[in-house]
Design a protein around this ligand. Sequence first.
Ligand SMILES: [Cu+2]
Length: 422
Amino acid sequence: MSQLQRSASSRTPEGHTGWARRLALTAVAVLVLLIGLAAPAGAHGEEGQQAFEKTATVTFYDVRFSTTELDIGQELTITGTLRVMESWPDHTLAAPELGYLSINQPGPRFYVTERWMSDTFTPQSVKIHKGATYPFKIVAKARIPGTYHIHPTFAVHDAGTLVGPGQWVTIADAGEFSVPMELATGETVEMGGFGIGNVVAWTAISFVIAAGYLAFWMRKGLLWRAFPVAEGRGASIISKGQVKVSVAIAVLALLVGVGSYAYAEVTTGPKVPPQVARVEPAAAVADPLGKQLKVHVDSAVFQTGTGRLEFKLTVTNNSPEPVLLQKLQFSTYQAINRDVAAGSAAPDPGELVAVTPPGQIQPGETRTLTVDLDGAALAQQGLLPLNEAQVRITGLIFFTDASGQSAISEVNELTTGILPKY
Ligand SMILES: [Cu+2]
């Protein structure tokens, strides 16, 4: 102990020591209690985002997982369609220009091998624009056994990662993970463990230096320093010897940093810098039927008493075929027309809702429809923006044409205020 430290400790009044000990013990007790109270997280916080972030940014639909159970090394394929909404909230987020397709998973349980948007291979971020629709495909190889909630995601520059519908997927403890990759030298390496020796060695070296530095400062304890600092003698608690040791450790850290770079330069190669290619996948052509339908939302009234959301919209059918409202979608929440579900062998999953008046809208006809939605369920999933700067509802409406041959026709976006009724 240095001269200065000794004098600092010896001058600590008795009362301070008892007070500090009690405070420290209380702090530890509170921490232990808090840790005991924490429940393990079972999801990704997908219900925690604000409504506009989910409904007005990117909407995923027709999402299919190729399987819910597979072995290590087997592939999971996620397909679907994502739409960068026309109603993108420019009032609070930057315009969508760059996006990246991926999956949300609790750590690297899957290794994504392929990303496709509109039949374009998109391993990197791609150029996108508002109102564009992209069919997508993600292929991921199972890596670590367990049961995980997996979502397709689309990360948009300056907006964050927007998640699609999740699905529980189980990776059985069987099989083997392998991603062989051929280098430019002709050598084949295993991506699962390539370079892991270097990572471990350099992490261990850095850890030893950092731990040594920490131990050097912590060996005399922390709390006593508070008193000289409180008494205005903070400058006195660091000795010349301690400064010397710190400088020596800093020099060592710098040498190791530069040395590791030099070592990598000498022992590896030839190297190619990581390449950036900004491709622009073609947005899906807006379907002709969707173009011939005019949809206007007249009102959206949330009955706070009953929890129902009454949705009134006027549809004009300018197509030569009768059309039927098939479903409404707000983020991952789907409301299926009860009559459509009744006539379908495999209806989409979702809430069955009554659309009145029922039946098809004839060519040339303009009809006002009322849809009775479970507003409470929407609110529970954080999809009713009752507490946000723009109290509006944004989603997609799907129609089917009369023949029933073409499954889903595009999609009209809704943007209207919600009126709560008390
Ligand atoms: Cu999840």
